[in-house]
Write a protein that binds this ligand. Structure first.
Ligand code: APR
Length: 233
């Protein structure tokens, strides 16, 4: 593993599971507790903004009760000590990568701690409730929404992500089911570009067969061990 110089990492809900944040598709996951079409689509937000704002308030408030785990911390060590190019792309909207010490994180599905104004389209760091329709810090209009990429919307910074995948010599997928595109297609893009592909996941995902290598187990065990390998122990 020490021979790789340009690494792209994609993380999903599984890397935060051991910190106590629900995943989406495991038993009892978020998509068993709520209907996607009600809380994670623009149509759902238009239909019942209070339900949607309450859903993201609940998830934002839960962040205060969880901590980064050994997997987040190991990826932060990789960022500090790895001498090559590293891009960490996450599908997660939690802040555990940052609180685990990662300084450069690309949130392709947005962030719970960010508010998007639908009037002036600016983003603001956001920690509190949106249920009371607070004014946008920039234009003062009461038109803030969660800065979350909903189903049917375009994930953020796709050009930058594809550019990094085209150039990488190693693509690592951590804690994601491979159920949602475009992220689920990154492994094929990396292979087509000649990169090696590695999956670190609790159990085989929908895309396991697409990886050169799949390792199965908890992220808190697999990720620190993999980072040790990349950094040469
Ligand atoms: N360690 C490693 N992997 C784990 C762990 C763990 N402790 N616990 C669960 N997993 C794995 C599961 O096996 C599963 O493959 O994490 C994956 C979680 O899958 P999902 O719940 O589908 O979450 P994710 O892949 O991140 O979903 C992708 O779907 O709903 C949208 O926008 C949402 O970003 C999300 C996207």
């Amino acid at each position: 593993m020490a021979e790789f110089k340009r690494i792209v990492i994609l993380t999903g809900a599984g890397i935060s599971a051991e910190s106590g944040i629900d995943t989406f598709r495991s038993a009892g996951g978020l998509w068993e507790q709520h209907r996607v079409e009600d809380v994670a689509t623009p149509e759902g937000f238009a239909r019942d903004p209070g339900l949607v704002l309450g859903f993201y308030d609940m998830r934002r408030e839960a962040l205060a009760r969880v901590e980064p785990n050994a997997a987040h911390i190991a990826l932060a060590r990789l960022e500090r000590e790895f001498s090559g190019d590293l891009l960490l792309v996450t599908q997660n909207v939690d802040d555990l990568h940052e609180r685990g010490g990662s300084a450069r994180v690309l949130h392709m599905h947005g962030e719970l701690k960010s508010a998007l104004c639908t009037s002036c389209e600016t983003r603001s760091r956001w920690e509190r409730t949106m249920l009371d329709r607070p004014p946008c810090p920039v234009c003062r209009a009461p038109t803030l929404r969660p800065d979350i990429v909903w189903f049917g919307e375009m994930p953020y910074q796709m050009g930058r992500i594809y550019q990094a995948i085209e150039a990488c010599d190693l693509f690592v997928s951590i804690g994601t089911s491979g159920a949602v595109y475009p992220a689920a297609g990154f492994v094929q893009e990396a292979r087509a570009a000649g990169g090696r592909t590695l999956e670190l996941n609790l159990d085989p995902s929908d895309g396991s067969h697409l990886f050169h290598e799949s390792r199965h187990g908890p992220a808190s065990v697999l990720v620190p061990a993999w980072v040790d390998q990349v950094l040469g122990g």
